[in-house]
Design a protein around this ligand. Structure first.
Ligand code: PLP
Length: 366
């Protein structure tokens, strides 16, 4: 089976430095926050091009803590894409605000500044833009729009570590950004983890406070915080992974280009829009007719094609009762198919996938 992702292979390639990094933490006796987390925060901020990075427990927590630090809560609205991983919406709900969905552009899967502009209302306090599948949104336009309205642009960069455009890297393109280090992400830990990046020192300070029980000094609590701290063992692993992020993103890019070249013109398959450094191909997602049929046939042919995501957030148990009408999100949920892609897939694997898709779709009606 050509797996969609091989996180074990990522460890095996870096076994020696990862083992050494973990041993360093084990022998230091420092198991919560401390120098390893601080070193990672500094290195990650440097990569993103921000002055601050704050390590937290997960991507969901990173989003939630940013919104809390922005003092967004009950009565406020936050614009979110209708087509995203459900965590984007859940973070807004977690602070008591209302997620207001914006339908994406089908070609890029991302929201446009025009669509966002049309959705801004008197209660809108922030926009969470998601760089879905690893492709940056049009951040310059979104940032200008948010600045004009005096609201915050928060990047959900959980799928876009390292992606860059003319203004910089993911994490530095809004007022603040949230990252996840879930193992399958482009920068993945060996467990859960996340980070907030920003160049606003006050916002960073607030997130630092909130992630640690609202405490700066032991047993002094300034705010009702939470316990959401990046684990030093994960920080040590992430410091190793950070050194290969660009290289591994290049491998993803090469495979994506191969797919794009070899699958062009296959009937009933719409390829992702062209991209460059702005896309780090967390996932390679095509849109197709009779999607479920193709997925099953591919599995029969030894290709593990997945669906990101089969159920749009507004159809999930968390939001179904709102009964929202979001036809683009519904359409995408029924058409998208993810082909295997990762830094540990080689060209031969990609060619097996390409061969299977071409064979299964040969002669299919357009
Ligand atoms: C993975 C992901 C998250 C959540 O990250 P966790 O670390 O799993 O909490 C949020 N948003 C998007 C777009 C993601 O892909």
């Amino acid at each position: 089976m050509i797996a969609s992702l091989d996180v074990g292979a990522a460890y095996r390639e870096l076994r020696e430095p990862i083992d050494a990094a973990m041993r360093r933490v084990l022998e230091s006796g420092w198991f919560v926050l401390g120098p390893e987390v601080e070193a990672f925060e500094e290195e990650f901020a440097c990569l993103c091009g921000t002055t601050e990075a704050v390590g937290v427990g997960s991507g969901l927590d990173a989003l939630t803590l940013v919104l809390r630090a922005l003092e967004i809560g009950r009565g406020d609205e936050v614009l979110v894409p209708s087509n995203t991983f459900v965590a984007t919406w859940l973070a807004v709900s977690a602070v008591g605000a209302r997620p207001v969905p914006v339908e994406p552009d089908v070609a890029t899967h991302n929201v446009t500044a025009d669509a966002v502009a049309g959705a801004i209302g008197p209660r809108t306090r922030a926009v969470v833009c998601v760089h879905l599948y690893g492709r940056l949104c049009e951040t310059r336009e979104l940032r200008a729009l948010c600045d004009e309205h005096g609201i915050a642009l928060v990047e959900d960069a959980a799928q876009a570590h390292g992606a860059r455009n003319e203004d910089g890297r993911a994490g530095a393109l809004g007022h603040a950004a949230a990252f996840s280090f879930y193992p399958a992400k482009n920068l993945g830990a060996l467990g859960d983890g996340g980070a907030v990046t920003t160049s606003d020192p006050l916002l960073a300070d607030r997130v630092r406070l909130l992630r640690n029980y609202g405490s700066r000094r032991r047993y002094e609590f300034e705010a009702a915080g939470v316990n959401s701290r990046l684990d030093p063992l994960q920080a040590a692993v992430l410091r190793v992974k950070l050194t290969v992020l660009d290289e591994w993103n290049e491998r993803r890019r090469a495979l994506a280009e191969r797919y794009r070249a070899q699958l062009a013109g296959v009937p009933g398959i719409a390829l992702p829009a062209p991209s460059g450094a702005d896309h780090v191909h967390h996932l390679f997602v095509v849109r197709c007719e009779r999607r479920d049929e193709l997925r099953d046939e591919l599995r029969g042919a030894g290709v593990d094609a997945q669906i990101h995501y089969p159920i749009a957030p507004h159809r999930s148990g968390a939001y179904a009762e709102l009964d929202l009408d979001l036809p683009v999100a519904d359409r995408l949920a029924s058409e998208v198919l993810t082909l295997p892609l990762g830094p540990h897939l080689d060209e031969e694997d990609a060619d097996v996938v390409i061969g299977a898709v071409r064979r299964l779709r040969a002669g299919a009606a357009v």
